[in-house]
Design a protein around this ligand. Structure first.
Ligand code: HEM
Length: 452
């Protein structure tokens, strides 16, 4: 470990963006993706700029992504900058813990989301989706599909985690959005005011955090009081069993994990589904191929976990959606020591941004990157690309633990909707991707829907 603390001499110099710190502060606040894209267009695969006192390096190549996330993961940690934004909501859960605590949490929690464990939730996903499609009438009518997918994923994730249809889901959804907005504020301002400074933003955020925590605590406490034989098969029961049998997980840590899992999954799933429905609706050939595949495999029966392997095209649609609109569009790290990256010196405390959004749009890695083409994923896992060219779930020891669950849930939902609902995008222009922690369609996703 001592070698990591030793300052290292870099031989290369990272190109600096000519944008002034003042203008960077303005554009990072208004449109962070546009700003990062402009820095990369100006500087190439690695560039730097300043956000107030903060030095930021943006990287955009598979090799540099691998260096940051995998090979030198000890030199590039989550860092104060990111943690000050995420910890108020997520505490010390898996996403925000570091060092030994993170290793222990990961060992305990990642197995809950292995392939063989997630199938227990497949039927629930299909049931809740079918209940939504049953509400679609025989006449074409307009709905905000982003909002509908938020509600559906709140229902599904609520049951996967807590076996309960989250009461006052709408209110909780708003509270999560408020918490994300604060995180985004804290990540894009040169010197954000901490939550204890009583601004209206802080008050609004604290109220939202209290609402979310109170709900989680009530459900967990009620479960603890029940005999174990009556515990349902969900993540809360798994965590309480880990707490009792393996320990030591404090009550607070159990709640932090639930909040982390909720925060990491609910909106990412909803955004993925909304983007996938938009892309399928605007590509009738893809919709027709999906329907042919579904009809051949399922006939009239509902889709089940066992069918998924026989429906590869729908999985390719999901994977291609995650290429074009990766919900985690930017993955952040911070140099924990003076380090090198691509042969250049990176000073301790510098923020490093790996951007799946731009990697996935690099024409050298993905020809005609703006084109929605699920067949990119047909022949081999990545269509023959470098593994680190496609990073919707990150990479290395902090890669997403929910990737298989996401693929399963998204495939089941998409198959269920596409086979039974006619979908037409009703916006005047293509939706604009907006980064509010996750990448979502700005202002919602208007669609004309009709039962088939
Ligand atoms: C489309 C859906 C999803 C996307 C795009 C996504 C993306 C990501 C990414 C990029 C990371 C790495 C973050 C980093 O390196 O800083 C991550 C971590 C994580 N994700 Fe996901 N995720 C998704 C769904 C889920 C689901 C369903 C769960 C719940 C089971 C989940 C739980 C987590 C957790 C706990 C971590 C932290 C892992 C660690 O630091 O050890 N995610 N996710």
């Amino acid at each position: 470990m001592t070698s990591l603390r030793r300052p290292v001499d870099g031989t290369r110099v990272i190109p600096a963006s000519r944008t002034s710190a003042l203008s960077a502060a303005r554009t990072m606040r208004a449109d962070p993706l546009a700003h990062l894209g402009a820095v990369l267009a100006e500087c190439g695969e690695i560039g730097r700029f300043a956000l107030g006192p903060q030095r930021i390096v943006v990287v955009n190549s598979p090799g540099l992504a691998r260096e940051v996330l995998v090979e030198r993961h000890r030199e590039f940690g989550k860092g104060r900058y990111q943690l000050r934004a995420l910890r108020p909501l997520l505490g010390d859960g898996l996403l925000t813990s570091e060092g030994g605590l993170h290793d222990a949490e990961r060992r305990a929690i990642a197995p809950l989301f292995h392939n063989r464990r997630i199938r227990r939730w497949a039927e629930l996903v299909v049931d809740r989706t079918s209940a939504w499609t049953a509400t679609i009438g025989d006449q074409m009518h307009e709905q905000d599909v982003l909002r509908a997918m938020y509600a559906l994923s709140m229902l599904i994730i609520g049951e996967v985690l807590l076996s309960e249809q989250i009461s006052h889901a709408e209110l909780l959804g708003q509270a999560v959005t408020t918490a994300f907005e604060w995180e985004m504020y804290a990540l894009t301002r040169p010197v954000p005011l901490p939550l204890w400074v009583p601004t209206s933003r802080s008050r609004r955020t604290k109220k939202a955090l209290t609402l979310i925590r109170r709900h989680i605590t009530e459900v967990a406490d009620a479960r603890r009081e029940k005999p174990r034989a009556e515990w349902p098969d969900d993540v809360l029961s798994d965590l309480l069993m880990i707490q009792r049998d393996i320990g030591p997980l404090s009550d607070k840590l159990v709640h932090d994990e639930l909040l982390t899992l909720f925060g990491a999954s609910q909106e990412t799933l909803a955004d993925t589904l909304a983007w996938a429905l938009y892309l399928v609706a605007t590509h009738p050939d893809v919709m027709a191929r999906m329907r042919r595949e579904i009809a051949a495999v399922l006939d009239d029966r509902p889709v089940a976990f066992e069918d998924l392997a026989a429906l590869p095209f729908s999985l390719h649609v999901i994977r291609e959606t995650l290429r074009i609109y990766p919900p985690a569009a930017v993955v952040l790290r911070s140099a924990t020591v003076d380090a090198t990256l691509g042969g250049a010196l990176i000073r301790r405390g510098t923020i490093v941004m790996v951007c799946p959004y731009f990697l996935h749009r690099n024409p050298e890695l993905f020809p005609e990157p703006e084109q929605f083409d699920p067949d990119r994923f047909t022949s081999h896992t990545l269509g023959g690309h470098d593994t680190y060219a496609y990073l919707p779930f990150g990479a290395g020891p902090r890669a997403c633990i929910g990737a298989s669950l996401t693929h399963m849930m998204a495939q089941l939902v998409l198959v269920t909707i596409v086979r039974s609902v006619e979908l037409r995008y009703a916006g005047e222009k293509p939706p604009r991707p907006e980064l509010v922690i996750n990448l979502r369609p700005q202002g919602g996703l208007p669609m004309q829907l009709q039962r088939r």
